[in-house]
Design a protein around this ligand. Structure first.
Ligand SMILES: CC(=O)N[C@H]1[C@@H](OP(=O)(O)OP(=O)(O)OC[C@H]2O[C@@H](n3ccc(=O)[nH]c3=O)[C@H](O)[C@@H]2O)O[C@H](CO)[C@@H](O)[C@@H]1O
Ligand SMILES: C=C(OP(=O)(O)O)C(=O)O
Length: 434
């Protein structure tokens, strides 16, 4: 079990160049399988999920040249072969489900194992995906340990309205539609920055997509896709994470950010804890005047609150980062996760630090922040940014803390500990058995 050992209490300051967004990189990696031409990706992060997908591609016979030192991936799915009886898609990551459309397009069959749940955030349905596959004419068969999805010919265009704006379902819809015959329409499409980045990549391959960034996507099918070179942009999750780490420890961190137009709501969320974010010259900077303090709402007798939901709301994956700020900032805040029903069950870990946090129901947590904190040994659930939130609390608390089961961080954030050390943190991985 990978543990993080943190000697907290040091103000973290400095500059960070963030990596690419895992949730943009993974669907794009899956989509490379849709073209028989070479693709070059620039800025590919060295993270667990990327390595798992590249390993699968190698086992299918694709040409994969990955240089993590430069972040350049050259990939060519020319002599690629997939056998649903033999090959298993990577487990413990949600993105495996996005291999289905390209496998269907290339081989007429795909198989997914039962564990495409990813982070343990509560129910993560596959029904919206099944509806999409079926709307394009694919057949879905349930087996003992997974699903077999088949199609006898090219997919046919579909018009579909999803129950909710789902990130991976939207990406799967686009991948089914790009090579389908006719024009497809998706209503209630997700519009997160990573979904937009994914659509830009598809357009570079020659896909004909309208409505990127809105809740209505149209895709006119094309006969074939080309190759090309694509450069990833910065991950807003990393930007927020490092800004928050600076703020919670009383330091001052700047992070490179070429898309500040995505940040107004994120900035206002930081401001609720007394953190001022500024964007200038391609850099975002977090500053705290005095100590962290929850801003009182203008409306009297209500709790300050942070609501997370599909974009353009505050992204749910960022909620734990703000919960950590809520633990440190003096005052009370209600956090509302409108997406997941099992993402907040870690209040008992927070309380080991002396934090006061109350789980009101599966979707809502209230922090009573500003209480004295003590170092602690805590265990993270399999949720990337909960491990980071626990680390944030450890980093602002004097003394030695241990975050057990911290390896999910490696699923999304390359060189995380090295980056933190460059800001002055005393932190290290411990891989020893207990
Ligand atoms: C690889 C990838 O891109 N993973 C991200 C993707 O997962 P993913 O695409 O799996 O997330 P979805 O948007 O489908 O939502 C996940 C689950 O939340 C529930 N749900 C969601 C929205 C809603 O309005 N109502 C509702 O009930 C459903 O149970 C659903 O199964 O988007 C999530 C939500 O931004 C992020 O946490 C994940 O990091
Ligand atoms: C929940 C996440 O990833 P996944 O969907 O792969 O579990 C995440 O990136 O925070």
């Amino acid at each position: 079990m990978s543990k993080l050992i943190v000697h907290g209490g040091t103000a973290l300051s400095g500059r960070i160049i963030p990596s690419a967004n895992k949730n943009a990189v993974l669907p794009i990696l899956c989509a490379t399988l849709l073209t028989r031409h070479p693709v070059r990706l620039v800025g590919v992060p060295e993270i667990t999920d990327v390595k798992k997908i590249l390993e699968l591609f190698r086992s299918l016979g694709s040409q994969v040249e990955m240089d993590f030192a430069t972040g350049i991936l050259d990939i060519h799915h020319k002599d690629t072969l997939f056998d649903p009886a033999r090959h298993r898609l990577p487990e413990e990551m949600r993105s495996s489900i996005m291999l289905v459309p390209p496998l269907l397009a290339r081989f007429g069959a795909a198989r997914i194992e039962n564990d495409v749940q990813g982070c343990t955030l509560g129910a993560r349905e596959i029904d919206p995906h099944v509806e999409v596959f079926e709307s394009f004419g694919a057949k879905v068969h349930r087996g003992i340990d997974g699903l077999l999805i088949t199609s006898t010919g090219p997919l046919t265009a579909a018009s579909h309205w999803t129950d909710y704006a789902s990130v991976t379902t939207t990406e799967n819809f686009v991948m089914c539609a790009v090579l389908a015959q006719g024009e497809s329409t998706l209503m209630n499409a997700a519009s997160e920055p990573h979904v937009q980045e994914f659509c830009r990549f598809m357009q570079m391959l020659g896909a004909n997509i309208g409505g990127t960034g809105t809740s209505r996507l149209t895709v006119a099918g094309v006969d074939t896709l080309r190759g090309g070179e694509f450069h990833f942009t910065e991950d807003f999750h990393e930007i927020v994470t490092f800004l928050a780490l600076g703020a919670i420890t009383g330091g001052e961190v700047s992070v490179r950010n070429s898309s500040p137009e995505q940040f107004p709501l994120i900035d206002r969320s930081f401001a609720k804890f007394g953190v001022r974010i500024t964007h200038e010259g391609g850099w975002s900077r977090a500053q705290v005047d005095g100590k962290l303090k929850v801003k009182e709402p203008f409306t009297q007798h209500i709790l300050q609150k942070i609501e997370a939901a599909p974009w353009p709301y505050l992204p749910v994956d960022l909620l734990p980062i703000f919960i950590a700020l809520g633990v440190k900032a003096e005052g009370s805040v209600m956090f509302w996760n409108k997406v997941y029903d099992g993402a907040l069950g870690w209040t008992s870990e927070l309380s080991k630090f002396g934090a006061h946090a109350f789980l009101s129901d599966p979707h809502r947590m209230v922090t009573f922040g500003g209480k004295p904190l003590v170092p602690a040994e805590v265990e993270s659930p399999y949720i990337i940014r909960v491990a980071i939130a626990l680390l944030m609390v450890a980093a602002c608390t004097h003394g030695r803390s241990v975050i057990r089961n911290a390896s999910p961080i490696r699923r999304a954030h390359p060189r995380f500990v090295e980056n933190l050390r460059s800001l002055g943190a005393q932190i290290e991985w411990d891989e020893s058995e207990d």
